[in-house]
Design a protein around this ligand. Structure first.
Ligand SMILES: Nc1ncnc2c1ncn2[C@@H]1O[C@H](COP(=O)(O)OP(=O)(O)OP(=O)(O)O)[C@@H](O)[C@H]1O
Ligand SMILES: [Mg+2]
Length: 258
């Protein structure tokens, strides 16, 4: 498998062609951004933490019947994926009120949302990702009504699977954002599922274990990412876990304060 030309470079990842048709390489860079790119930094090993957690989640989802673009980890920060024609939707699932939903609507921070709330934004940085509704999605012909229904079912399934997985590690899945794409007529989960795209709270202390640490200067975000990645991935019973942990053993579990 050879990495070929750069196809796309986003704020945190770069996508490359390979010498195999239909397969791409996603490189998770060490760049971190927040507030529509208003805050930016490059932090050592950040790409590896997000790549390994994403790979772990994608593998878990695949095992449980969710179709994802993930094929394999090539090293600690590059993953081989199916090439998708991306659908410009940001599908957000919220279990507790936090972030923009508290800013824009009269929800109390941390109040449970039962059933979970799905919010779908139009992925377009130049328009600041405006929120869509079913009629707008249909009018824009982004997906068919049947595909939209399917996307929502998958999003809720991902929510149940990841909430359970994280709960075992003492972590609350507050909310997350996922992206979908098509290969032929099949819809796959694409992009990433990482500390950049989830809001995670420690069940005991309530502290943030995600990009909010960076957004709001709550501490050393790389210490947080390291610890949360180790907590999520280090499951000695899981073969996937062992493989991913082996790739990242050089970077994971650096003791706090080092
Ligand atoms: N399997 C895939 N096939 C094709 N493109 C993909 C696949 N998975 C993800 N992508 C796309 O690759 C890009 C990844 O880059 P990145 O996430 O850094 O940037 P971005 O999404 O444009 O910006 P940001 O996430 O900062 O808003 C995204 O545009 C994403 O939609
Ligand atoms: Mg992105």
């Amino acid at each position: 498998m050879k990495q070929k030309n750069l196809l796309y470079t986003g704020k945190a990842k770069s996508v490359f062609r390979t010498d195999v048709k239909g397969k791409l390489i996603v490189e998770f860079r060490d760049d971190i951004t927040a507030f529509d790119g208003g805050k930016k930094d490059t932090l050592k090993n950040k790409g590896s933490y997000n790549a390994s957690v994403s790979a772990f989640f994608f593998s878990h989802l695949e095992k449980n019947g969710v179709k994802t673009h993930f094929l394999e980890m090539l090293d600690d920060h590059r993953m081989l994926v199916r090439e998708l024609s991306m659908i410009p939707l940001e599908v957000i699932v919220r279990n507790f009120a936090a972030g923009s939903i508290v800013k824009n609507y009269p929800f109390k921070e941390g109040s449970p949302l039962k059933p979970p709330v799905i919010v779908i934004d139009y992925k377009d940085d130049s328009r600041h990702d405006p929120m869509l509704n079913d009629d707008l999605i249909a009018a824009l012909r982004l997906v068919t009504p049947a595909e939209l229904k399917k996307i929502k079912v998958i999003a809720l399934k991902v929510n149940v699977l990841l909430s359970k997985l994280l709960a075992k590690q003492g972590i609350t899945l507050v909310d997350f954002k996922i992206e979908f794409g098509r290969q032929g007529k099949t819809i796959y989960l694409g992009d990433e599922i990482s500390m950049d795209s989830m809001r995670l709270w420690d069940k005991k202390s309530g502290e943030s274990l995600d990009k909010d640490v960076y957004r709001f200067n709550k501490g050393d975000v790389m210490v947080t990412y390291n610890q949360v990645a180790a907590r999520i991935i280090n499951n000695p019973k899981s073969a996937t876990s062992k493989k991913i942990a082996a790739l990242t053993k050089k970077i994971l579990i650096v003791k706090k304060g080092k």
